[in-house]
Design a protein around this ligand. Structure first.
Ligand code: ZN
Length: 492
């Protein structure tokens, strides 16, 4: 069986949470009508405590990103429409690197301060609880690549120009912005935690001759003057910020529709076009297949972006258009990222501790796909792991059973093998207990229950027991939370 290089054998030390103390911002209040207090600088995620911010929820991001590949220069304008959940004298956005040029709130200049990855904004007047307000941040600079706790790269990554493409003069190349788990703060300011989902309009302005691809549907492609073109992308469905993407470079674009009418948009780097064609041709069928197994496809558009090989060390399920570093080598990989559109993107994790709800489900979806196509069955996959004849990684730390999927030891483990494989095995154990009919109803029900929302592991275990009517405590204790190597289930 195929295994992707997604685990890292080295366990890097977790970078200490940005400990910089914020300027003490006073809660001065003009007129004495509203008394706000500062919003929290983090959402206390168990693994990324400073990710996200308290006191407001974003409804919409309008990102206007003007990018110059020569020199990797970005000029950005983020208009963030949010609802205050408390009276706010100040609030934070997450932003890493770049220069902040100006900030306004409700159209009025706001004071701001930066410390670590926190941008603290103090509006001229306090915001009222329940108020919907607009914040505009103008920023610029050279966005940078961010190294994850597990050693992999995310954030803003420049890409080479493929030999088959037309660019390259003067060092021009391309770039991709990706965010799982916390890299989106390197290319736009926001509430960067999966629990705050919002609609997006992302407009990318790039030199003529370049393609610029983002999430959702391409609304317009218009000349922007000075030899540049603006691509306006629209994502109406809620999106967690780690699923936002921007891809800039020389790509071959193809569009189409699935049999049931989902719009498709694929962008493929020329060097990988031949190698990608076979697997990408299966995408329409896979969207239909997923809709049958998991319920209606959650988004108006689907597709894939094939980046120059080696751009990333992993594929990522960026919303509506997963990105692949080079041709997706297997159907299973394409299917995995598609399955995330239901599990992870529509039903998003409440915190980074709940990653198995993304990866265990997407891995199980691969097993279901192979079960219904050329094999092996999910039972065979499950048994192969359990019997230990499936080599995932040479390092024992990343064996499928190294830790419980619902409790990765640290942030460097949230994409570790147990989250994927033992996570999938949890689902197989549930299937063994409840039978196929209830199990498939559970998968569809779960996707429907939390469609376009967030859910936690506790939500899942409670939902599974309620809808199947089975007591699954032993499955959770042994497979999901247990530290020990799970024993083979008793033959039934
Ligand atoms: Zn995945």
């Amino acid at each position: 069986m195929e295994h992707r290089a997604r685990s890292r054998s080295s366990r890097l030390a977790v970078p200490a949470a940005a400990a910089a103390a914020l300027l003490a911002l006073t809660t001065a209040c003009t007129g004495g009508t509203v008394q706000g207090r500062p919003g929290a600088s983090g959402l206390r995620d168990p693994y990324f405590p400073k990710a996200g911010n308290g006191g407001y929820q974003v409804e919409h991001y309008a990102l206007d990103l003007d990018y110059e590949p020569a020199g990797n220069r970005l000029r950005g304008r983020a208009v963030i429409t949010a609802r205050a959940e408390q009276g706010l004298s100040s609030f934070n956005l997450d932003l890493s690197g770049l220069r902040v040029d100006a900030v306004t709130v409700r159209g009025e200049a706001a004071r701001y301060n930066r410390a670590g990855n926190e941008l603290t904004v103090r509006p001229a007047e306090d915001l009222k609880k329940g108020e919907v307000f607009r914040t505009e941040v103008a920023y610029s600079g050279r966005p940078k690549t961010f190294t994850d706790p597990d050693g992999s790269k995310e954030g803003w990554i420049t890409t080479p120009v493929g030999a088959g493409s037309a660019g390259g003069a003067g060092g021009e190349a391309g770039a991709v912005g990706v965010g799982e788990p916390v890299g989106s703060m390197t290319w736009f300011p926001g509430n960067h935690h999966p629990s705050d989902k919002a609609a997006y309009d992302i407009t990318l302005t790039v030199p003529d001759g370049y393609e610029a691809v983002s999430n959702g549907a391409l609304r317009s492609r218009t000349p922007a003057g000075a030899g540049r073109t603006a691509f306006a992308w629209h994502s109406p469905e809620p999106m967690a910020s780690y699923l936002a993407t921007a891809v800039i470079g020389k790509y071959r674009v193809t569009t189409g529709r699935t049999p049931s009418g989902v719009a498709l948009y694929n962008a493929v780097t020329p060097d990988e076009a031949a190698g990608s064609a076979g697997v990408l041709a299966r995408l329409p069928e896979m969207v239909e297949w997923g809709s049958g197994r998991f319920g209606p496809y959650p988004f108006g558009t689907a597709g894939a972006v094939v980046l120059p090989a080696g751009t990333l060390a992993y594929a990522l399920e960026t919303q509506t258009k997963p990105v692949f570093p080079g041709a997706p080598g297997t159907e299973e990989l394409l299917l995995h990222e598609l399955a995330h559109q239901w599990f992870g993107n529509s039903v998003s994790p409440e915190s980074w501790k709940d990653m198995w709800l993304n990866e265990g489900f997407a891995t199980y979806a691969e097993w279901l796909w192979t079960e219904e196509h050329d094999g092996p069955t999910a039972q065979e996959e499950f048994a192969a792991f359990l019997e230990g004849d499936t080599e995932v990684d040479e390092n024992a730390d990343s064996d499928w059973d190294a830790f419980p999927p619902a409790a990765p030891p640290g942030p460097e483990d949230i994409s570790g093998n147990p989250v994927y494989y033992r996570g999938a095995m949890v689902l197989h154990r549930v299937r063994q207990e409840v039978g196929d009919e209830k199990f498939f109803a559970l998968l569809r029900g779960w996707a429907a229950e939390h469609r376009h929302g967030n859910a936690s592991t506790a939500d899942f275990t409670a939902y599974a027991e309620k809808t199947t009517g089975h007591d699954l405590k032993d499955v959770w204790d042994v497979w999901l939370y247990g530290k020990d190597h799970p024993a083979a289930p008793a033959p039934r």
